[in-house]
Ligand binder design. Structure first.
Ligand SMILES: CCc1cccc(CC)c1NC(=O)n1cc2c(c1)/C(=N\C(=O)c1ccc(N3CCN(C)CC3)cc1)N=N2
Length: 314
């Protein structure tokens, strides 16, 4: 499937892609060109596809560096009227470096396509893990939320806000760390994602859906609301205001949600402190990170580190 990209013989199956170097290779070597082109990469298996693009496993030939190559077709971006947004996202993403934000190492284009050189997230889409497991155990949800809070703190410090942090835009690395992989323009094919309407609505805070409030007003406190929605969805398996689009809007505007009794009191406390209608009253990220539910599951002690399901049962 990938060789049509290069119009050449398929890579030999024995060509297993090995990570011989850290991402510093792409930057540190003085001779490393800042200019990339398709011939520099050996294309591996397709990893996924979205409305505006496909992503392939790829290896940078001379360093052996493994990455993910995302291919966007200019014509489709034009049709979708998202080129400017893509340029802005590339500009923002290229300047971010955080373990819980998917790296964009570089980009290049040919006459028809734009190529993004992205960090490879070895465990794929968080959305699929959540659907498969239905919901996450509290210790796993707390670790993921702690990582999201750290990523959001980093983004807010750089005055980047409102990353579209629904599960569809989060990938999982090989050490089970999560990575905001937020290219807002790319909407996945409807069959393997919530359809656009619901997905978008579920995570929007009241200040963005209330009629009359200027839609494009939002400050970084919208992320605190979305973090609350994400916490709820990790623990319950569905979003707190999930309903028909009209009802979802109404329930968000009223903060009308119920937290099932199986959710622990600490987790319930955090959710209620994030899903607050008044943005100024939402729990700041510093307080999220030291919230009792997070500390209980993410304390650096070896107990929570080498936690396995067997020890959980004991
Ligand atoms: C073009 C695709 C797209 C459209 C829209 C939004 C997004 C971001 C989520 C994306 N993906 C994107 O940009 N992506 C950037 C990426 C990326 C996607 C990725 N990995 C994977 O997609 C992936 C999928 C499955 C996988 N396996 C599944 C089966 N398991 C047994 C073994 C592991 C392992 C990795 N690494 N960097």
């Amino acid at each position: 499937a990938a060789q049509h990209l290069r119009g050449e013989k398929p890579a030999r199956p024995s060509d297993e892609l090995v990570q011989r170097s850290s991402d510093s290779v792409l930057y540190k070597q003085p001779s490393a060109p800042r200019q990339f082109n398709l011939n520099m990469f050996e294309i591996g298996k397709p990893l996924g596809k979205g409305k505006f693009g496909r992503v392939y496993l790829a290896k940078e030939r001379n360093s052996g560096f493994v990455c993910a190559l995302k291919v966007l077709h200019k014509a489709e971006l034009q049709q979708g009227k998202v080129e400017k947004q893509v340029r802005r996202e590339i500009e923002i993403q290229s300047n971010l470096a955080h373990p819980n934000i998917l790296r964009l190492y570089g980009h290049f284009h040919d006459s028809k396509r734009i190529f993004l050189i992205l960090e490879f997230a070895g465990k794929g889409e968080l959305y699929k893990h959540l659907r498969k497991e239905q919901k996450f155990p509290e210790w796993k949800a707390a670790q993921y939320i702690a990582q999201m809070a750290a990523a959001l703190k980093y983004l807010h410090k750089k005055h980047v806000m409102h990353r579209d942090i629904k599960p569809e835009n989060i990938l999982v690395g090989i050490h089970d760390e999560i990575k905001i992989s937020d290219f807002g323009w790319s909407v996945h094919a409807p069959n393997n994602r919530r359809n656009t309407m619901c997905g978008t609505l579920d995570y929007l805070p009241p200040e963005m859906i209330k009629p009359g409030s200027s839609e494009n007003y939002y400050d970084e406190k919208v992320d605190l609301w979305s973090l609350g929605v994400l916490t709820y969805e990790f623990l319950v398996g569905e979003a707190p205001f999930e309903d028909t689009p009209v009802m979802t809007q109404r329930r968000i505007a009223r903060g009308d949600m119920t937290i099932p009794s199986f959710v622990s009191p600490e987790a319930r406390d955090l959710i209620k402190k994030l899903l607050v209608l008044d943005p100024s009253k939402r729990l700041p990220l510093e307080d999220v990170e030291r919230h009792s539910w997070i500390v209980k599951h993410c304390v650096k002690g070896e107990r929570s580190y080498n936690r396995t399901s067997s020890s959980l049962k004991s």
